[in-house]
Design a protein around this ligand. Structure first.
Ligand SMILES: NC(=O)C[C@H](N)C(=O)O
Length: 483
């Protein structure tokens, strides 16, 4: 089977008959069979169902009635509801849970004839940056299996990286789509807050959570966004702003562009040298193309992680209070009364990192500390939003590395949660302020590990952001190899 990097290539072959959906599904299933035992990207595979759907869609193609995603084989992160399929958010607390309905984003891609091939591993309740916090075990990076794939949508990224599906749907609360995409050499897109309905997404930090695609090409990310975005009567937080024409990626941008880059994104001490060089090289190319390229100082940067981790733990401690062992999921068999049922079900069901965050969140929301932490963090969040808005009055895009380093070895940061949180330094800003941001591949380091470049755009400026990203992306055409 040819190594496809975009749906456009697949559809060209579908239309001239050189490939069929049935063959595509068989190919991806074979890859899953060969590679998943080692990589652990999928926690459930819907083989029979995918084969059947492929046959139906092949008939639709022959009749000229296929949807826009015909030929796209997709995996979904284990936080998205898909009716009559299991859903666990990588947690034992949801053991045995089966979705009662389908998430709007998932339904919209199904309506356009995407084929869902399986459910993907992730950090428990999307809390993590390495996919080491899953009840289903660690996911491995296909570029080097001794390293993490990033998180929390690690399974979703590795599945695309190792060609086990063409695209994945992940969720991004503080970088969970962009950071694993960067670690795996892919495109990861987080839209503006409220752009895509979250009906059917397991809630983590509700004022941050966004659904986003992980793909090999910017054009596939644009297409998926266009299909998933827009108003939804089931989600009152989704924006009613009209959905743009995200797939016409040319002719949108003015010239020259005003491009800002985060000064710390090239000067910060913790930055891997190759990351800095790759950033500087990219900025030089943009300058040569005639764009204005200038450094931006974001003096609130050192407050960004505390703000993010105070607010998201607060929101998650509240969101996760619904998992009580009574209504669904794991129920302790050692309980003597209702209180011990709650206690034991939650203690047995949740993993270490989730417990840590519930405790932190409960603390920052407690009566004596509420103002010192939660209220203060909300005020800082407002300041960050204002400062970011000022940056975008002057610039069209803000560039920075997606991560300070490339994928780190498995086990490297598990004993030190603060080190793990530091890996999110560049990705959380977009979620704190709500702007869209994308990670695109930006070369590899000396060990051949992928590096990501992050571009942030203006709120609801998805069309321009995607057009610009497409212009400067080097498409990932390398065949995946499991080391
Ligand atoms: N969920 C995310 O976007 C990942 C982030 N590292 C977190 O643990 O919160």
């Amino acid at each position: 089977m040819k190594y496809y990097t975009s749906l456009r290539e697949i559809q060209a072959d579908l239309n001239d008959g050189s490939v069929s959906c049935r063959q595509l599904v068989a190919y991806y299933l074979k890859n899953i069979e060969e590679k998943n035992a080692q990589l652990n990207a999928f926690v459930a595979v819907y083989g029979e169902e995918a084969r059947q759907r492929a046959e139906e869609i092949d008939l639709k193609i022959a009749a000229g009635k296929a949807g826009r995603l015909a030929g796209m084989v997709v995996g979904i992160k284990d936080v998205l509801c898909y009716k009559d399929h299991g859903l666990q958010a990588g947690s034992n607390i949801l053991d045995g849970f089966v979705s009662q309905f389908t998430a709007t984003a998932v339904q919209r891609i199904l309506d356009e004839d995407a084929i869902i091939i399986g459910r993907q591993n992730c950090d428990e309740f999307a809390m993590g940056s390495s996919n080491e916090n899953s009840a289903f075990g660690v996911v491995r990076n296909a570029a080097d299996v001794t390293r993490v794939p990033g998180g929390s949508s690690g399974g979703s990224a590795v599945a695309v990286q190792a060609d086990m599906c063409l695209a994945s749907l992940g969720s991004d609360t503080g970088g969970s789509v962009r950071q694993p995409a960067a670690f795996c050499g892919l495109v990861g897109f987080k839209p503006t807050y409220g752009r895509i309905s979250r009906w059917g997404l397991v809630a983590y930090g509700s004022s941050f959570d966004c659904i986003g695609p992980i793909t090999k090409s910017v054009e596939d990310a644009a297409l998926l966004l266009e299909i998933m975005a827009g108003a939804d009567e089931f989600d009152s937080t989704v924006s009613t702003q009209p959905v743009g024409d995200y797939t016409h990626l040319s002719g949108l941008l003015k010239h020259p562009l005003r491009i800002g880059y985060l000064r710390e994104g090239v000067e910060s001490e913790g930055l891997q040298p190759e990351m800095k060089q790759a950033m500087l090289a990219k900025l030089e190319v943009l300058r040569e193309q005639g764009h204005t390229v200038e450094p931006v100082d974001f003096d609130l940067l050192s407050y960004i992680l505390p703000t993010y981790y105070i607010l998201t733990t607060a929101e998650s401690s509240s969101n996760l209070s619904r998992f009580d062992g009574v209504r669904y999921g794991h129920r302790s068999s050692n309980a003597e009364d209702l209180t011990s049922l709650y206690k034991k079900s939650r203690s047995e069901g949740f993993g270490k990192e989730v417990k840590r965050r519930i405790m932190l969140g409960t603390f920052v929301l407690s009566a004596s500390y509420y103002d010192a932490y939660y209220t203060k963090a909300q005020k800082v969040r407002r300041l960050m939003k204002e400062q970011t808005d000022r940056v975008f009055e002057k610039y069209d895009f803000l560039l920075m590395p997606t991560t300070p380093t490339t994928a780190f070895p498995i086990g490297d940061k598990t004993e030190d949660p603060l080190q793990m949180y530091l890996a999110d330094i560049f990705t959380v800003q977009a979620n704190v302020v709500g702007n869209p941001a994308i990670s695109i591949p930006n070369g590899v380091d000396a060990q051949g590990l992928p590096m990501g470049l992050q571009i942030m755009g203006k709120p609801f400026g998805e069309a321009e952001l995607l057009a610009f990203s497409n212009q400067i992306t080097e498409t990932n055409t390398a065949q995946p190899s499991v080391a």
